[in-house]
Design a protein around this ligand. Structure first.
Ligand code: GLY
Length: 374
């Protein structure tokens, strides 16, 4: 069924590679229209779709998406993953391969990632590797996945405790967002998405930070027109950056603002803190370092802490069973290294991130101490 104009919250964005359209990002308030978009991409009626969803999202939306897909395509099946970061492993990918083999999935069939970042990364990785590559689409249902992880083709799993250590760059054929799914998102998850939203403000867009300062009520009351504008603005930054640098050889690393210390904390806290919470802690540390390097003022650090607290995000973490040295060691074993140097994102000013390779261990430890409660 063709999509009605009033179901579209924003015009679609196009993600290009070398000037050629690779995929579109659609912003709607309904799943009706997903089959239509897929038909426009040329999938014939007899292809099969496998919806991959986790134990939180599947009970809410898997039936609706399955019904929508079955309007247009032969068969849609659902593969269930246990919810949460601990499931982001090769073992669960193997279970998905097994399921696809049992369901006779061929190279012409496709996968649908329905859910948040973990489901999107895993489905994309399975799609990149099953039969040497089958198509997949992203149907993100969390704010974090909508503004960040569903776009740009980063797919993969955690490996033996190392976050996102194994994976592939593999582009979706479509990103389709039904923003009304945000209404069922728990507040903690919404806050986590806001950490990535705030990241865009600090890295690219200072006026956006001022808007965000005045908007917690709109976000937490699920003001759909506001959320649609906010998400569109983030996706537009993400789109521009991944078009310029799809494989993170340079500028795309800016999107890792807050993630270097954030990922180390996430691992050392054994994933008891959520990704966005760790990014928020990592951003506070990066802003502290930018201040120490003379780029930012103390008031910027206060501003970051205030903004985070407006969105119920932490800027400090309790060190239980680890210390600052452990955080340093862990971040050095992460993949954000280049020729043995930590690749760290600092700010020249709010709204202008840059990539730094010059930080000493002492400077990094100082930044870690600024967020660690020992
Ligand atoms: N989440 C950062 C990136 O996609 O590059």
């Amino acid at each position: 069924m063709a999509i009605k104009m009033d179901n579209r919250l924003q015009e679609p964005l196009q993600v290009k590679e070398n000037g050629e359209l690779r995929y579109e990002i659609h912003f709607l308030n309904t799943f009706s229209g997903l089959a239509d978009e897929l038909q426009k991409l040329g999938y014939p009626a007899d292809v099969k779709a496998c919806i991959v969803a986790d134990s939180n999202t599947a009970p809410l939306y898997a039936d609706a998406v399955k019904e929508e897909l079955e309007k247009a395509f032969g068969k849609a099946v659902v593969f269930l993953l246990p919810a949460g970061e601990p499931s982001k492993t090769l073992e669960h990918i193997e279970d998905l391969y097994e399921f696809l083999i049992q369901e006779h999935f061929e190279r012409r069939d496709f996968l649908v990632a329905l859910g948040g970042g973990v489901v999107g990364d895993m489905t994309g990785f399975a799609a990149a590797t099953y039969l040497r590559g089958i198509d997949f689409i992203q149907v993100p249902t969390t704010l974090l996945a909508m503004v960040d992880s569903s776009i740009g083709g980063k797919t993969g799993v955690d490996f033996r405790g190392h976050k996102n250590m194994v994976g592939a760059f593999y582009m979706p054929k479509l990103v389709y967002m039904d923003l009304s799914t945000l209404k069922t998102l728990p507040q903690r998850e919404l806050s986590c998405g806001m950490a990535e939203v705030i990241k865009y403000g600090y890295t690219f867009d200072a006026p956006f930070l001022s808007i965000l300062k005045g908007s917690p009520d709109k976000v937490f009351s699920y003001d759909l027109p506001f959320l649609a504008q906010m998400i569109y603005r983030c996706c537009n930054y993400k789109r521009t950056v991944v078009e310029e640098d799809p494989r993170e050889k340079g500028r795309r690393a800016l999107l890792n603002f807050g993630h270097t210390i954030g990922h180390a904390v996430e691992k050392l806290k054994k994933f008891t803190l959520l990704h966005g919470e760790c990014v928020s802690i990592g951003m506070a540390a990066a802003i502290y370092l930018s201040m120490k390097k003379g780029y930012l003022a103390e008031s910027d650090l206060d501003g970051c802490r205030e903004l985070a607290s407006l969105y119920h995000l932490p800027t400090e973490v309790q060190a239980d069973g680890f210390n600052a040295e452990d955080v340093l060691k862990t971040l050095k074993s992460d993949k954000k290294m280049s020729a043995g140097k930590v690749r760290f994102i600092l700010l020249k000013k709010a709204g202008e991130g840059f990539i730094d390779h010059s930080l000493s261990d002492e400077e990094l430890l100082d930044a870690i101490h600024s967020v660690l409660k020992e």
